[in-house]
Structure formats: structure tokens, C-alpha cells
Design a protein around this ligand. Structure first.
Ligand SMILES: [Zn+2]
Length: 183
């Protein structure tokens, strides 16, 4: 990967992250983690547009127009390693609540513990579930914030591809968002 992946993202996309009082600094494209193969925005978790455009098959599920405009869609991204295991459930409080098939915490293998730790920050007070369930994941749960289409660094061909496949085209000018069906 080039330096591009760690460079600060455009303040036009997330102005709040450019503020000197924002403790995490400007947003960036974070490298894939948690068993995913695509990058995400360090601030909002949006799938990187280039990586979404490179996916062969997906369908946009538009979310509510919370801000009066279609700001977000959800997208299932097929897992390229369908045999890999993920945490699918966890039970807390009492072993009596454990779901069938879950592994008791004290019996987790090193590999199972590593899978759990990958997705969960250590609790400061050492709390952990009494048992954990594991299973494969056919699709990764992606989301896309359309404000990322306003990124001046975005390849116009990538913007066009995402607009065609999601069904809506966007314009961003003078701080205003415009959108309409792809003609
Ligand atoms: Zn973002």
C-alpha cells in the first residue's frame, strides 16, 4: 500500500475531524481488519469507495433519510474466506443463559480467544461473557455514507460506478447536496 492510505482525508467529507479539538485527528482510510478485506473510513466506518467499486456483486439498501437526503446505504459484501470463523453470539451473566453450541469462556482455544479479542476491546474491569458462539459469515456488513462521494480525491469513474449501481447520482457544490435517479 502507498502512503495514500494513511494520508489525512479531505476536510470536505468530515469537517468535524479537521477541528483542532477533535482528539483523533483527521479521518483516514483504515486498513482492513476484523477478517474483512476492504478498507473503511476511520471516522464513520464507510467502506472505501474504490474497494466497494472493485466488488463484483452488491446491492444498495438505502437507509432512512435521517438528514433529509439519502445519506447512507447498507451493503452486504461477500466474505472472500467463507470458512473463517467469527463470533456469532455471546452469553453473559450465568452459564444457564448460554446458547446451545456456545463454548464456555474457560474452554476457549487460543484460536477462539484470538477471534473474540479481534472484535472486542478488553473490558477495563476484566468482564467477559460466560460463553461464546462461533460460525462462518457469508457476508460482511458494510455501510456507505454518500458524503464520501464528495471527496475531491475520489476517482470520477469510481463515483460513477457507485452511483450507477446504487441508483442515485449526487452533486456537491457550495455546501449543498443534490441527488437524483441515475438517468
Ligand atoms: Zn467517513
Amino acid at each position: 500500500m502507498s502512503d495514500e492510505t494513511t494520508a489525512a482525508g479531505s476536510p470536505l467529507v468530515h469537517p468535524e475531524t479537521a477541528s483542532p479539538v477533535f482528539r483523533y485527528g483527521p479521518w483516514t482510510w483504515a486498513e482492513p481488519r476484523d477478517g474483512e478485506h476492504f478498507r473503511r473510513c476511520s471516522f464513520c466506518g464507510c467502506v472505501r469507495p474504490d474497494d466497494l467499486a472493485a466488488e463484483p456483486a452488491w446491492r444498495a439498501e438505502w437507509a432512512d433519510r435521517k438528514y433529509g437526503w439519502p445519506h447512507k446505504f447498507y451493503v452486504d459484501i461477500p466474505n472472500r474466506n467463507p470458512e473463517a470463523l467469527f463470533v456469532t453470539s455471546s452469553s453473559w451473566g450465568s452459564t444457564a443463559r448460554a446458547l446451545p453450541g456456545e463454548v464456555p469462556w474457560d474452554e476457549l482455544t487460543d484460536e477462539q480467544r484470538a477471534i473474540y479479542d479481534r472484535n472486542h476491546r478488553p473490558s477495563p474491569d476484566g468482564r467477559h461473557p460466560v460463553s461464546v458462539g462461533f460460525g462462518p459469515r457469508p457476508n460482511h456488513f458494510g455501510k456507505f455514507y454518500t458524503i464520501h462521494l464528495s471527496d475531491p480525491a475520489l476517482d470520477p469513474a469510481v463515483k460513477d460506478d457507485i452511483e450507477r449501481r446504487s441508483g442515485l447520482r449526487f452533486t456537491f457544490a457550495d455546501g449543498r447536496v443534490g441527488w437524483g435517479p441515475v438517468g
